[in-house]
Write a protein that binds this ligand. Structure first.
Ligand code: PEP
Length: 247
């Protein structure tokens, strides 16, 4: 059975003071996490050490928002999977739409990143999602399945150790959430694709992301193939994020 998981993506937000207060409040709420449910925060690189220190001994997982596909060497500004592992990261987001859109990341590169994350004993959170123009052109299935297929080609049976996040680009940071029916329909397609590709992939957690808030989380998470959420803006507010995790 897929694990229930809520992942906060802080994006390029935070300060040492605000992180400390956010993580302290989240730590106080971890007791309300249900059995088998996970809470994770993915923070900017400079805050990995602070996050590691403040979450030591806690049930809250943590990780990064991107990684280099290269192992080491002359790649100025990049951060390797080995470095993230050395810090103690457990999760790494790969293929977020902001990386695809602003940094030209291809689905093939996303597959390479997912592979290097797994090679270093961490869990890649692989994001897929269509733009509004693609949805309106009835291309949602073709786009998300194509993005997932690139990662499946690269990972093979190792996909069983990854997490997938469906994030419609038109719902990210816009306040416009997919309805539970819209999200469930795409999750069911992704679930079937995973099952058909690899025998062990039926239990991969598939998260929904795109303007998840405390007041819409329960109806999204009640859908058969939605195993939790990838949360941007609302993960910066401890009460809101805790309420989403409780849902
Ligand atoms: C995200 O950054 O992955 C995201 C889903 O953002 P938001 O929740 O703000 O839409």
């Amino acid at each position: 059975m897929p694990r229930r998981l809520v992942v906060g993506n802080w994006k390029m937000n935070g300060s040492r003071a605000s992180n400390a207060s956010l993580l302290e409040t989240l730590s106080a709420s971890e007791a309300s996490l249900g059995e088998g449910c996970g809470m994770v925060v993915c923070v900017p690189f400079p805050y990995l050490q602070q996050t590691s220190d403040l979450l030591a001994g806690r049930r809250i997982g943590w990780g990064a928002q991107d990684v280099s596909a290269h192992r080491q060497g002359a790649f100025t500004g990049e951060v390797s999977a080995a470095m993230l592992r050395e810090f103690g990261c457990s999760y790494v987001i790969v293929g977020h739409s902001e990386r695809r859109q602003y940094h030209g990341e291809s689905s093939d590169l996303v597959g390479q990143k997912a592979a290097v994350v797994l090679e270093h004993g961490m869990t890649p959170i692989v994001c897929v999602g269509e733009t509004l123009a693609e949805r309106e052109a009835d291309r949602t299935e073709e786009v998300v399945s194509g993005q997932l297929d690139s990662v499946l080609q690269r990972l093979g049976a190792d996909i069983g150790r990854a997490v997938v996040a469906y994030e419609p680009v038109w719902a990210i940071g816009t306040g416009r959430t997919a309805t539970p029916e819209q999200a469930q329909a795409v999750h069911a397609i992704l679930r079937q694709q995973l099952r058909q590709a690899e025998a062990n992939a039926g239990s991969v957690s598939i998260l929904y992301g795109g303007s998840v808030k405390a007041d819409n989380a329960a109806s999204l998470f009640a859908c058969a193939d939605i195993d939790g959420g990838l949360v941007g803006g609302a993960s910066l507010n401890a009460q809101e994020f805790s309420a989403i995790c409780a849902a």
